[in-house]
Design a binder for this molecule. Sequence first.
Ligand code: FAD
Length: 548
Amino acid sequence: MVTAAKVELPRMLVEGPEVPRMLAQLHPLELPRRTVDVLVIGGGVAGLSAAIAASETRDTLVLLKGARGDTATSWAQGGMAAVLGDDDSPDLHVKDTLTVASGLGDASITETVVRGGPDVVGRWLSWGGRFDRTDNDRLLLAREGGHSVSRIIHAGDQTGAEIQRLLIARSASMPRLSVLESTFVLDLITDGPVVRGAIAWAPRQGFFSVWAGATILCTGGVGQLYRETTNPGVASGDGIAMAYRAGATLRGMEFVQFHPTVLYVAGMSRFLVSETARGEGGVLRDRTGYRFMPEYHPDAELAPRDVVSRAIVRQLAKVHDTHVYLDMTHLPADRIRQRFPVIYRACLDFGIDMTKDQIPVHPACHYMVGGVRTDELGRTALENLYACGEVASTGLHGANRMGSNSLLEGAVMGHKAGEHAAAAVRKPEMRADGFTFGSRSYAGDLDLQDLDNAVRALMWRLVGIERDGPGLDSACSRLQTWNHLVSQRVFGDPQGWVLVNKLLVGWLIARSAGKRLETRGTHYRRDYDALDDAHWRRDLEVRRPERA
Ligand SMILES: Cc1cc2nc3c(=O)[nH]c(=O)nc-3n(C[C@H](O)[C@H](O)[C@H](O)COP(=O)(O)OP(=O)(O)OC[C@H]3O[C@@H](n4cnc5c(N)ncnc54)[C@H](O)[C@@H]3O)c2cc1C
């Protein structure tokens, strides 16, 4: 394989808002403290891969705001891409990934991640991972949109649950690894440009500081910013918000991926109908029975996700409806039940037998493409701070993520960051600066649920699948006003902190989306509906303003 030369795209800085340095009015040196070599924030595929690697040689602590397994990782269905097939090659996987990344993918990172895939699979199999196999006991590989060959390993439609099970079991066997559940991390502790750990809160203990030689941020995505989402409750952008407040560089915040097919039953929580359902031959129809996708893209239902999501939105406008239908009724019933047991059961709960009935579906927010900028080892712009998984922007996805590449990225980069952090780590130092506080009032008079609903509705309507300048300006000014309102308050528990984080991250997404005056990858502008390489083949970065 040819090793790709490192080519950096030009960068443009989007000035972010001035926000209080910390969510709570606390000085880290005045809190009860713990020390550890490596602190990992988050326990999905990225966090546990990092923690397992780091704890081979270092004492490692993982903090989770929910329970073990309460992650997007557990919810992943389709599978993980890896170059394993006889008809596949790293070059082909790199090429497919860069094509979907729409001109902003980093070839060198892509190669690193792709090359790491077979090692991850080998490791997981040696730890007892159970994935679907062919009759002659080879791993069974599926195909998804964007991939030119079958390369997705899977465990029925519960691949993420199997990966999460495996990583939890492995981490439990590591003597130098400990995990604290229900522990909310509010902010990173900084000492100039150096990260020295984090401030956390747990219901019984209250606030405490963790001082660490290296900190690895693995807090996942932002789906909970949107009214329609496939993501679990933990995905509220906390890691992006805390990295921003600490002074890290963010990249590609305008790129948010929407999944085209989420089970749409009014009033029910949204359940993802995996892309592999289309890979296996499912077709999309509107309420008149018309199969519309061939009209929008030569690959029809196997077109990239953003294309399918937009096509659905447009078709819905044409036929004045709220959802379209995924039709799998022409496929053998046994195959459907065997390949999609969880989706089959979930649909049955709503009285839909997908072997006989068409499934009502609608797009929803699915994946945060942008995030905390890192290099090929997961290092951020701040010393001793790494970021991996969905919270990070490594450059693999560019402007759009190819399905099944995110578990791969989390596993490969998590492992790399864990190994590197463990090798590079120095003794934790208890020094912190920049923690001065203005006066803030308590939040008693704010209806947090109401504000949260308003943010999610606004993001869906104005910063969603299709965007335009006036809508983004209006979203920015609303989010700025709300940001101002909440940043004057002090909140005493996670509900308030999460809302502050969402408002900040929503504002950063809207602001970046307003700056990018073209359509690229997941970012579709009605008012600039063409790709503009001459002006916009560049990275948009966001950083908090330097303080005087
Ligand atoms: C329904 C669904 C299906 C998907 N299917 C696929 C698929 O088939 N293939 C694929 O490649 N990708 C898929 N994805 C995407 C993929 O699952 C995620 O991108 C990936 O699992 C993210 O892993 P992560 O480790 O970065 O974060 P997560 O797995 O989301 O873990 C985040 C962790 O951070 C912790 N955390 C967050 N904030 C805080 C805080 N403030 N304090 C302490 N802890 C915190 C959480 O408690 C959690 O442990 C899917 C996603 C969804 C939602």
